[in-house]
Each structure stands twice: as C-alpha cells, then as structure tokens.
Design a protein around this ligand. Structure first.
Ligand code: AMP
Length: 541
C-alpha cells in the first residue's frame, strides 16, 4: 500500500519560489567585482532567475544541457544557480583557480554550451575559449557598458543585455527530482578531474539537512556570509539553505582579504559565516593587531581542511564566536559531519569540550559512515582505532559523470580517501588523507596532529607535515613551516615546543623553513608538490 501524500518532486525552483513568497523583502547583499556594494531582495533575485531561464529557452538549450560559470560569490551567480537548474539545465561551476588547460579540459568534458564569467576572469576566458569546442555563448557578468569593445571572444554579450530583454515571468517546469541539477569537478591530484553530478533531490535534501540546528543552524534571523566559494561544491549548499530558511545573504565577491571580510561582517550585521581555515587566518590576522572585535558574528563553520585548535580557541576566547568544525567533500554535496556538542557534554570542563570540538564531528542524518581496515572489515568506534572512512547516503556520489573511473563504490559505500577514528558518541576525527598518513615503525602518525601543534606556536603562519623515508622506521615525519612576517623561531625551539604535547615518537625529526607551502585550487595544501620540492631533502643523521 502506498502512502496517500501528494507526490511533489523536490526541485530547486521550489526553493526560490518559497523565498520569494515568504521572504520577499529579505536582502541579498553582494560586493561586486567593480568594488561597490549591490543590494536587492529575494523577490528581485527570483524575478531575475526567471529571466535567466527565459534567456536559456531563447537559445534553444535542451533539458540537461550544461551552463558553466567562472564566478565569485555574488547575486548574478546566485540567479544562475536558480535560473539554470530551475529550468532543467545543469549548472557547471568551474573553479577559476584551476590551470587553464584543466579548465578547457573540463569545459569540453562537461560539453558546456554557455559560459558565464565575472570580468576578473576575462583574461582566462580569452586564453581558453578557442579550445572550448562546445561553448556557443559567452556571457560576461556585467552591465552592457562595462563590456570592452574588442575582447576577441566571439559573440560575447553582457549578462544584463542577455537577460535584460527577457520577461521575469516563467513557469518553472516540473520533472523527475532525480534529474541532474549541477556539477562540480573534483580537484583530484592524479589523473583527470572527475565530476560529481548533483540532482534536484540530493540538493534539496542536503539544503534541509544543512539548515538543521546541529548542522549549520540557519534561520530567518540570520545574516549569512558564505566566504566558501560558489564555484566549489555550491558554497557548501548555503545558497540553497538560505532560500529554504529566508536568511539574509551576504556575498563577498572577489575581496577575500581580512579587511574586506571584516568590514562586510560589521556593515551587514553578519551573524554567521562559513569558510576554509586560510580565509579565517587572514581575518584574524587583520583583526588582532588592530584590536578589532565583532559586534554581531555568533557562529562560523570551518571546514575544507582541518581547523587548527589555535583558531577554534581564538574565535571562542578572544571574540566570543562559536566555531563549528565541519567535514565533507565534493562527492558528498559536501556536508558529512559537523561538530556540535551533545547535551551530556554541556557540563564538561572547557578543556574537555575543546577536545571534542577539535574533531570533525558527528554524522548528519542522511550520511551513514564507518571505518574499515585494509580488508574492508568494520573497525570499532573507540576513538582510537584508525581506519579508512566510508560513507553512504542520498547526497553521496554513486558514480562520476560519464562513468569516469568506473564504480567508485565498495559494497555500496563510498571510500572517502580519508583516515579517521570514530568515538563511542559517533564523533569522527580525520587523522589524514590515506595517502598522507605517516607510517613510523608500524604505527601511524597523524600529519594533522603534527601540523596543529606547529601552528599553535606564535611565530608559525603555516605548517605541513610529510613523511620521509627512514632506514629503521620506514618513515619519519618532518614539518615544513612558514614563519609569520617579522616573527622568528629556530628549529630547536620549535622541536622543543612539541615536548609534552604529543608522544615522543610522534615529534617530527626535523623542521624545514620554507617561504610558502604549495596550495591547490581549493585552498588545500598540495603535499604531492611539497614532496617534490623537498625530494633532495635528507633527514639529519
Ligand atoms: P574537496 O572534495 O576538494 O572538498 O576535498 C574533500 C577533502 O578535504 C576531504 O576528503 C578531506 O580530506 C578534506 N577535508 C574537508 N574538511 C576537512 C576537515 N574539517 N578536516 C580535515 N580534512 C578535511
């Protein structure tokens, strides 16, 4: 017997319809590429999303055709999120930090038909357009009068001219909620990138889950600043969850430096922000010397890489901002776990609470996880035993676009490539990417632990730990360190700093001072590159 509830597909267009109907006057504020601040409302955004849909219809674009973007977080990008997916096409957000050859490769692989780009990326588009064989319309996200006369890009139009002639009325089509809605290529360090292809159903369910009190806890009383880019895993789903809850949206555009972000938080009374640790490091780096404080910010989600304990403590103790440590990946839409305490933890001493907050957190309903050994046997949840982290759920990838790489699943579970522990309360802690874990004398050393201690030293800006071959122990950890400008610390001082903070055998054998640590397109440290740079390195005798 089937239930007798209405059979209404979960579609992305439903989110913007809802925001328009119930939160019409709520603001969406954007810092534009031009540098000024643009503000309008969900009602305006909904109307212009429908103009986008009409513009795509006018081009004769078919259901599931791909429309690509190379854009910062801003209101036009937001309109494309809804206009493209809502009308049944697939939004392909391209990461502009990728190498131009890779951008051309993925645009061709995705068979993009349209490319909408911010003017910051004009030189990039000029460099790659001749190699993008499927794109038939280039759209610059600007006013008509901002379009330079001769760009060399055939048929280039401004976004405002492109949608300007279109009506703002449109009937969003209804279709199978399992239809593809958007796609994002992974920043895989080996082989060609592979795309996660999200559906309307997975995106809507993820938007619901992300808004929950123990997840992002988004509400109509929030002003949310997604610093995490809309070109990488849909800004962690915030553009969807904000419409679902009616939260005010504040988009930072290209200005991600500490000063610009701080000013935006204060001017727009942001209560909630989300980003990767490097962005928050720049923000705190700006605030501390100037003695600045937040007047409205209450919570921040930090993920994408492990959040250093020193950062959690600084936000909490110095600024009264709660840090929610999050973990996820492109293949998971992206949210998997979030670290919020349970009721029984409320009365713990601060130091005990901090130990929990450092973990990546517990599963969101919709993500099932387990840790397994090399044979695939499930390991215990004791907070100590390490294993390969596997996940499954309705917003976890089943297969990559065009079946690239074959089936990624193992017995129905997706192997994340992360190594983790899970404690008895279900709190997961990542210790490493499986390829970064250091094996010393048969024991594993977590490179994240080694890095966290180094960055807790006041003179250290950034640290990356890698294993180097050792005749007796197999591998030993060393840590590459970037010093803060003007700060001094010696190798010996830093090694001494480890004493008492970790087991003796987990202290790195050496400190190598470097000017910079290579960072990939999604802001994560590129350890493969670092290993290459240090290939001639020899451990001290
Ligand atoms: P991406 O698909 O580019 O978003 O990368 C996903 C990977 O980033 C995960 O598999 C983890 O290795 C890493 N990652 C994401 N969030 C965290 C976190 N909070 N702590 C440690 N690693 C993380």
């Amino acid at each position: 017997m089937l239930g007798l509830m209405q059979d209404q597909p979960l579609l992305i267009s439903g989110l913007i319809d809802f925001a328009e109907r119930h939160h019409a006057d709520v603001e969406i504020v954007s810092r534009r590429v031009e540098g000024d601040i643009h503000r309008y409302t969900y009602k305006d955004a909904a109307g212009r999303s429908r103009q986008v849909a009409n513009a795509l219809d006018a081009m004769g674009l078919q259901f599931s055709d791909r429309v690509a973007t190379l854009a910062w977080n801003g209101y036009r990008h937001f309109e494309l999120y809804y206009g493209v997916s809502g009308s049944g096409r697939v939004l392909h957000t391209i990461n502009p930090r990728l190498h131009p050859d890779q951008i051309a490769w993925i645009a061709n692989h995705a068979e993009d038909q349209v490319l909408c780009f911010d003017m910051s990326f004009l030189p990039l588009v000029q460099a790659v357009h001749a190699r993008c064989s499927t794109i038939r319309q280039y759209v610059a996200l600007c006013d008509a009068d901002k379009l330079p006369a001769d760009t060399g890009i055939p048929g280039l139009v401004s976004y405002e001219a492109w949608i300007g002639q279109q009506p703002s009325s449109y009937h969003w089509p209804s279709f199978d909620e399992n239809s593809a809605s958007s796609m994002c290529y992974t920043s895989g360090t080996t082989g060609n990138p592979k795309a996660a292809l999200y559906s309307h159903r997975s995106t809507t369910l993820h938007a619901y889950a992300a808004a929950l009190p123990d997840v992002m806890s988004l509400s109509a009383r929030d002003a949310v600043l997604p610093v995490v880019p809309m070109f990488h895993v849909n800004a962690w789903g915030i553009p969807y969850s904000a419409s679902l809850t009616g939260a005010k949206l504040v988009f930072p555009g290209p200005a991600l430096d500490g000063k610009s972000i701080y000013e935006l938080i204060e001017a727009e009374k942001v209560t909630y922000a989300a980003g990767v640790p490097t962005v928050w490091q720049m923000l705190l780096g700006h605030m501390k010397p100037a003695g600045l404080k937040f007047s409205t910010l209450k919570r921040t989600v930090i993920g994408g890489s492990a959040c250093p304990p020193a950062m959690i403590a600084a936000f909490n103790d110095d600024y009264g901002v709660e840090v929610l440590h999050a973990w996820g990946m492109t293949e998971m839409s992206p949210l998997g776990t979030l670290c919020t305490l349970k009721n029984k933890h409320q009365s713990l001493p601060d130091a005990e609470k901090m130990k929990i907050r450092l973990k990546q957190g517990r599963s969101i309903f919709g993500v099932d996880m387990k840790i397994v050994d090399a044979e695939g046997v499930e390991l215990p949840w004791d907070g100590k035993t390490y294993g390969d982290l596997h996940v499954r759920g309705p917003w976890v990838v089943r297969e990559y676009f065009k079946g690239e790489g074959g089936s990624p699943l193992v017995n129905g579970w997706f192997p994340t490539g992360d190594v983790a522990t899970i404690d008895a309360d279900g709190f997961m802690q990542i210790t490493d990417r499986s390829k970064d874990v250091i094996k010393s004398g048969g024991e594993w050393i977590s490179s994240i632990d080694v890095e966290n201690i180094a960055v807790a030293h006041p003179a250290v800006a950034m640290a990356a730990c890698i294993g180097v071959a050792h005749p007796k122990w197999d591998e030993r950890p060393i840590v590459a360190v970037v010093k803060k400008p003007g700060a001094e610390v010696t190798r010996e001082e830093l090694l001494k700093f480890y004493e008492g903070k970790t087991a003796k055998w987990q202290i790195p054998d050496d400190v190598v001072f470097v000017d910079a640590i290579p960072i990939g397109a999604t802001g994560k440290m590129l350890k493969t590159k670092l290993r290459e740079l240090l290939k001639d390195y020899k451990l001290p005798a």
